[in-house]
Design a protein around this ligand. Structure first.
Ligand code: IGP
Length: 264
C-alpha cells in the first residue's frame, strides 16, 4: 500500500513501453453508491492510478466542469469522512492505487492525525493538496510518512527554477506538472515551449512526471507524452462520466497505450 503500490503501478506501465494515464473523478458525483463501480470501470479500462476529488465549497483551483461536479456531489451531501468510509469497504478487493485530491480545509475539519490514519485504513496511496504550499507541508508531512502515503507536489508553469528543483526533489509518487496557468478545464492548445518545460522537469525529477490541466483528447495525450511519463485528465473524464459516455473514456485512456499502437 502507499508509495510503493504507486511506484509499482507506474513501473509496470512504463516498462511495457506505455505511458501512465490518471483519470480524475469527483467522489459522489452520480452518488457515492456508484463510486466502486466507477473505480472498477476506470481500472478495467487501463488507468494506472485514479485521482479522486473530494467535493469542497471553495474549490479555488477548479474550473467550471469540476466545480459543477463538486456541486452535484455536495447536493448528495458527500463529505470527506463518507468518501473515506466508502473507500474502506472496497479496500481489500481494489487493486488500482488511489490518490485523493482535497483542499486542506476538509482535512483540518477532520483532524490531521485522524485523516492520515483513515487514509491508511481506506487504502489511499497518495494525496494532492493544491492549497498546501511547500512552506506549510510540515503540518501533515510526518503523519503521512508514518503511513507511507505519497504527497504529490504540483509544479506550476510560473514557478522559478530553484522552486521547481525543490518541488521535484520533494515530490513523492509522481510530479504533477501543471501545463497551463489558471484553473482546471479542457483547452484546445498548449503553450509553445511546454515540451521543453516537461523535459526539463524530467531531468530534475526521479519519479514519473505527469502532465495535467487541459488534457482532453487522444491527440493531446499523444503530443504531451512525447515529453513526459503520462497524463492526468480531469474535466473531460468528469464530463463524459456524467453524460454516461464510457466508450469515449475508454478510448481516451487507451490513447496512452503506446505499445499497442506500435504493434498495430
Ligand atoms: O480538469 P483538467 O483540466 O483535465 O485538469 C486535471 C484536474 O482536473 C485534476 O487533476 C484536478 C482537479 N482539481 C484539481 C485541483 C488542483 C490540482 C489538480 C486538480
Amino acid at each position: 500500500m502507499g508509495k510503493q503500490k504507486m511506484a509499482d503501478a507506474f513501473q509496470k506501465v512504463l516498462a511495457n513501453g506505455d505511458k501512465a494515464f490518471v483519470p480524475y473523478i469527483m467522489a459522489g458525483d452520480g452518488g457515492l453508491e456508484n463510486l466502486e463501480d466507477q473505480l472498477k470501470f476506470l481500472e478495467d479500462s487501463g488507468s494506472t492510478v485514479v485521482e479522486l476529488g473530494i467535493p469542497f465549497s471553495d474549490p479555488v483551483a477548479d474550473g467550471p466542469t469540476i466545480q459543477a461536479a463538486g456541486l452535484r456531489a455536495l447536493e448528495h451531501g458527500i463529505s470527506l469522512r463518507q468518501v473515506l468510509e466508502k473507500l474502506k469497504e472496497s479496500s481489500q478487493t481494489r487493486t488500482i492505487p488511489i490518490v485523493l485530491m482535497t483542499y486542506i480545509n476538509p482535512i483540518y475539519a477532520l483532524g490531521i492525525k485522524d485523516f492520515a490514519r483513515s487514509c491508511h485504513e481506506s487504502g489511499v496511496d497518495g494525496l494532492i493538496i493544491p492549497d498546501l504550499p511547500l512552506e506549510e507541508e510540515s503540518i501533515i508531512a510526518d503523519d503521512l510518512k508514518e503511513y507511507d502515503i505519497a504527497l504529490i507536489r504540483l509544479a506550476a508553469l510560473t514557478s522559478p527554477k530553484e522552486r521547481l528543483v525543490e518541488i521535484a526533489k520533494r515530490t513523492e509518487g509522481f510530479l504533477y506538472a501543471v501545463t497551463v496557468t489558471g484553473t482546471t478545464g479542457a483547452r484546445s492548445s498548449f503553450k509553445e515551449n511546454l515540451a521543453e518545460h516537461l523535459q526539463e522537469l524530467q531531468k530534475i525529477c526521479e519519479v514519473p512526471v505527469l502532465a495535467g490541466f487541459g488534457v482532453s483528447t487522444p491527440e493531446h495525450v499523444e503530443e504531451l507524452t512525447k515529453s513526459c511519463d503520462g497524463v492526468v485528465v480531469g474535466s473531460r473524464i468528469v464530463e463524459l462520466l456524467h453524460q454516461g459516455d464510457r466508450q469515449t473514456i475508454r478510448e481516451l485512456i487507451q490513447s496512452a497505450k503506446l505499445s499497442e499502437k506500435a504493434n498495430s
